[in-house]
Design a protein around this ligand. Sequence first.
Ligand SMILES: Nc1ncnc2c1ncn2[C@@H]1O[C@H](COP(=O)(O)OP(=O)(O)OP(=O)(O)O)[C@@H](O)[C@H]1O
Length: 455
Amino acid sequence: MIKDINSLDYIEKKVLNFTRSESLISLGDSIILSVSGGSDSIALSEILYNLSPILGLKLHIVYIDHHVRKNTYKEKELIKDYATSRNIPYSFLDIYPKDFTEKTLRDERYKALIKFSEELNFNKIALGHTLDDQIETIIMNFFKGYGMEGLCGIPVKRDKFIRPIIILSKSEVIEYCERKSLKYIDDFTNLLPITLRNRIRHQIVPFLKETIQQFPQSVISQSKILYIENDFLKNISLEYFNKLKGSNTMIEIEREDWNTMHDAIKIRVLKEVFKDFNEELSNEGIFYILKEVSEIKEGKTINIGNVEIYIYNKKIYVYKKERNEFLLILPIPGKINLPTGEVIEAKLLENKKTEFNFNNLWQAYFDYDKIKAKELIVRNWKEGDKIKPFGLGGKSKKVQDVFVDKKIPRWKRTVVPLVLYKDEILWIPGIIRSDIAKITNDTKTILHLSLKKEG
Ligand SMILES: Nc1ncnc2c1ncn2[C@@H]1O[C@H](COP(=O)(O)OP(=O)(O)OP(=O)(O)O)[C@@H](O)[C@H]1O
């Protein structure tokens, strides 16, 4: 075991300096080494293994079997031999992804690593990405149109994940493995021009190296600058976004404020909104929204995938079209929690012929002698729902028309609760009550319904 910095290999020193300058590793860290058995992750393990006495690290190797291939025996054997020779504890984890796209495999792998690190109470997870991975990613993101964020490349650290060897080129990694007589199994499919990444690796990168003198340093230093600039813009737009975010399903912004925002911020805010909704937003989508929102008339909507943008009453509402269906039973007397966090309560009161506050639409009184039910239904609005509004002599009206009359924005229509007795809508809190079960002088027991923000 090497304990002295001077006896470290130059590659190990390079990584140590890098981890220091980027504050990747702290003294005493416990680090999961995510090892596939390839040259990158084996080199990563060996480097951190040699740095561990200096940094006081606790290490644990994890190999993840994605069950994409039947036989992962060779990788497991190799990792087992390596880990035991260094006396590093190791584990093999199984995951069964829903599909075999690169993205799903990676997402599932990262999830499994986080879960495992929590079980072990380890504070970092190290991945073996290299400088070559970084350059290929940046080039790929450029051609895919992934914007400034994409041109920043793979982050050196994010949450628990760290990438200590992202400053090493693949040739440095291979040279290190050979010098240290480390065995590894590189995935042979990496050599085949079957994926975009492999074509960039084997066809575009060599061409760029040959023709551009500063390449790849030019790309790497640019990505570092962009990372700083991106961070600045991201923070500003996140501040805007957090201010605008009403509930988790809706964004509300004054049209006037929108018009005074710089397009750069509008774009960023839109990206944040779509990310929050878990929806895709292409660059074309961004241009479409910018143009439409500036030209569209009041009361009109713009649709982009599952997201709807609605301009109403000098405001812009952005929301996801999905309906959060709910159907709940309200016991009488009793309480229920709505998905919005609000609470509806039903109470029974003796009729003392006192004055009621009919102006407060967040509560309503009914003749319980006429209802006599043990429970009511509370659900969200459905197309075609009708109500007999109070004071209209029992005539029905479409709930949709009530919404329009009362200027209820579209996004809200899918979340407001409707309280029903059998098939009849009794009350829509904050909006309207029905003509059913009106209180008379003969009423003995009153049903009092109320909606409160929370319990
Ligand atoms: N099956 C796996 N089990 C554990 N970690 C993995 C696995 N596959 C990938 N990783 C981790 O993710 C990093 C990047 O994944 P990628 O698919 O780009 O790696 P790779 O080409 O397999 O690299 P390597 O040369 O390390 O095998 C790897 O260096 C490794 O740290």
